[in-house]
Design a protein around this ligand. Sequence first.
Ligand SMILES: *[C@@H]1O[C@H](CO)[C@@H](O)[C@H](O)[C@H]1NC(C)=O
Ligand SMILES: *[C@@H]1O[C@H](CO)[C@@H](O)[C@H](O)[C@H]1NC(C)=O
Ligand SMILES: *[C@@H]1O[C@H](CO)[C@@H](O)[C@H](O)[C@H]1NC(C)=O
Ligand SMILES: *[C@@H]1O[C@H](CO)[C@@H](O)[C@H](O)[C@H]1NC(C)=O
Length: 412
Amino acid sequence: MHSYVAALVLLAGYSAAAPATTPQLPDFNLIYDAPTPSLLGPPPVGGDQTSVFDVASALASATADVTTVASASSTGTAVLNGKRGASTDTASYGAPTSSSSIYTTPSLSSSSPVSTPTASTSSSISGYSATMVAPPTATTCKAEPAGYGPRNLSVTEFQHNVLFTLDALLAPTPRGYVNTFRNVNASVEANSYLGYYNLKSYDTNLCAQHCDNTTLCTSFDIYVERDPSVNPTADICPNPDAITNYKCALWGSSIDKAAAINYGQYRIDFHVVIAASNGYEKTNSTTPASCPGWKPPTNCGGAISASGWHLGSNFFPGPFDPAICAAYAEAQTSYNHAHADSSGKYSPANMFNAYMMKKNGIAQGTFCALFTTILDKSFGSFTGSWVGSDFFGVETSWTYALAVQDSGIVKR
Ligand SMILES: *[C@@H]1O[C@H](CO)[C@@H](O)[C@H](O)[C@H]1NC(C)=O
Ligand SMILES: *[C@@H]1O[C@H](CO)[C@@H](O)[C@H](O)[C@H]1NC(C)=O
Ligand SMILES: *[C@@H]1O[C@H](CO)[C@@H](O)[C@H](O)[C@H]1NC(C)=O
Ligand SMILES: *[C@@H]1O[C@H](CO)[C@@H](O)[C@H](O)[C@H]1NC(C)=O
């Protein structure tokens, strides 16, 4: 169903100093066809949520995906003749698709700081008196983690709350971060979600600390959310009293206003709404971690475009994590080595290029391209292109060279 992709692609952003090989586009079908992670942002409850991204399974899948021999110039990736287009850096994206309710099951199982049930257990009576109601609320209207903000605000009061607006407008930008959007009524929703912390106040510096202390985190979205005090159920508590949560959501990519697309949702009759959403990032000033066996990463601007040495690509939805590309590269080299030709030759992955692919300004995941040789920054010419009505953009493009280059000849 994606065969239209190559035909509709318009190439943009090529540098004049084009490499000596045919310019090459990423295979966008890898992104269209990739599964969506189960969590795209914090659920509409309090509490904390950590370790959302399963590194081990991402690494395992990168290895397991390698099931065929790859050789340079034979991977079937879309290749176009270099046609220079207008710069798309300032292109305005189309309206983001409104996928508002991302969570159908808002029950957060773990780490709920609240254990007090809401039932009015007044005294130590042995057995219920006739006038006491059996406690349905204790079992049905399950308490949600308590929020630290004002309680009982109506939707309108929440949306026009001056204190929230001031929180957003006056919040300091933490050292090392850049503020990317302010006072938006939606939170970020994207594949690069890493978890969230429920804060006691609108504290950007504390949220930045959480990001700094979280592997792969390079940005955060802080906002206030009107959440229900108990878990809404259709029969007994369809529209409970409101509480306010100060949420600090962590992301493994940059976050722009384009990704603030979660405007809340209904939980039964309770209207979850969001206010004072601010985005902060240190993505551009963060060097990704080194990968064992590979030289430290080199920033290469755009994605490497060099079809002659291209050994294959793969895409992994989630936060930006070059370690996945390293696992993929190593698996491909081992596979090729094990299936060397009769003269003992095989194509080694001597370099990989890892970057975050964004679609219409929203982070999608780590794109990995393998190359048989080390290519420098001058090959990093691909910065983005349109595919139909979608704009694909490249951010944080880094190359890793194999520390001990592989000759591609089986030693006998
Ligand atoms: C969010 O704000 C925009 C204007 O900035 C407004 O059009 C929209 O109705 C608001 N949505 C919600 C859910 O508050
Ligand atoms: C982050 O890590 C530092 C150093 O380990 C620690 O002092 C600080 O309390 C941590 N901050 C948070 C919010 O966990
Ligand atoms: C909302 O206000 C009512 C009436 O004052 C009070 O009984 C209730 O506890 C409040 N709810 C919350 C979540 O604070
Ligand atoms: C990060 O770098 C990219 C590419 O140079 C640029 O377009 C973007 O505006 C930068 N982001 C920030 C927050 O400075």
